[in-house]
Design a protein around this ligand. Structure first.
Ligand code: GLN
Length: 289
């Protein structure tokens, strides 16, 4: 590749390098170059013949090489877009997924009061809590994570997005919010089975297991949250959980057994059963475990 490599040549070269490692080589090549040049997508396609310059070309080769070794694009560029907002990401927590936008959308459509108190459990980058805050300035949102580095990252994202009203705390699930009540408890907890073979493949290898896996075939945290949230929900409050596409039936059964009403599942953009909600009636608690 010549020193005065053009945008088009750089993208083509990168796509070829990434063919084996990535399911979206052309997109990955583009996202990394856009980040490096700090330009819009339109620029790339308006000026395909423009040389990117030697310094940038060397930097781009280094980025593409890291991607070729398997590192997720989000880790290489240090950010990921979610709900049309830019979130800083790193390897201390989960990279926000498009599927989780369905969780946000479902929450926004719930019949909740204007000043609802909301708890986001295991916030990671803060993607869910901060997206909700960007849409609902009157919601009183608390976001918690057990991992100190994730809490720091979520706070950084809060400052970057100027969503200072969101309260971010280090907490092992509910431990730092004891005695408090919420109209909505929302979470994308770890839900992958610890034995899942996908954990050793692809981008997920570079994300912490603490954000991905849970015991009991991935149900342990989902069930713990469902059980415990009953003490933290207002009468008529909602629990809304993201889960694996094969976990919906068991989760609905569990929510119903725990006394939740109007239990329902929402599908994601790929039509997989992705999030399940239940309404807490405030009636007698049915204790199953
Ligand atoms: N949906 C993610 C995946 O399949 C997992 C997210 C999670 O465990 N909360 O990689």
């Amino acid at each position: 590749m010549p020193v005065n490599t053009s945008i088009e040549q750089a993208l083509k070269w990168a796509s070829v390098q990434l063919e084996r490692i990535s399911e979206s080589p052309a997109l990955d090549a583009e996202v990394m170059l856009l980040h490096l040049l700090n330009q819009s997508r339109t620029y790339l396609y308006t000026w395909p013949e423009r040389p990117i310059g030697e310094e940038k070309w060397l930097a781009y080769m280094a980025m593409v090489n890291r991607r070729a070794q398997g590192h997720p694009v989000a880790h290489i560029v240090g950010e990921r877009e979610f709900w049309s907002l830019s979130f800083l990401v790193n390897d201390t927590t989960l990279i926000p997924r498009p599927d989780t936008e369905m969780l946000v959308e479902t929450a926004l459509n719930l019949p909740l009061i204007q000043t609802s108190r909301v708890l986001d459990l295991g916030t990671g980058t803060g993607a869910i809590a901060l997206s909700l805050a960007s849409e609902k300035p009157h919601w009183q949102i608390t976001a918690v994570d057990k991992v100190a580095d994730a809490v720091a990252l979520a706070k950084l994202n809060r400052e970057r997005l100027s969503l200072g009203a969101v309260n971010i705390l280090q907490s092992d699930w509910f431990s730092a919010v004891q005695g408090r009540q919420f109209e909505l408890v929302i979470s994308n907890p770890p839900y992958i089975d610890e034995q899942d073979e996908h954990l050793s493949q692809g981008d997920v290898r570079f994300e912490p297991l603490s954000a991905l896996t849970a015991p009991d075939e991935g149900f342990a945290d989902l069930f713990y949250i469902a059980r415990t949230a009953r003490d933290y929900l207002t009468p008529g409050g909602y629990l809304l959980l993201e889960h694996g596409y094969q976990q919906a039936v068991q989760l609905r059964e569990q929510l119903t057994a725990l006394g939740y009403e109007s239990v329902a599942t929402v599908r994601d953009f790929s039509s997989n059963e992705r999030c399940t909600l239940g309404r807490w009636p405030g009636a007698h608690k049915v204790s199953t475990q």
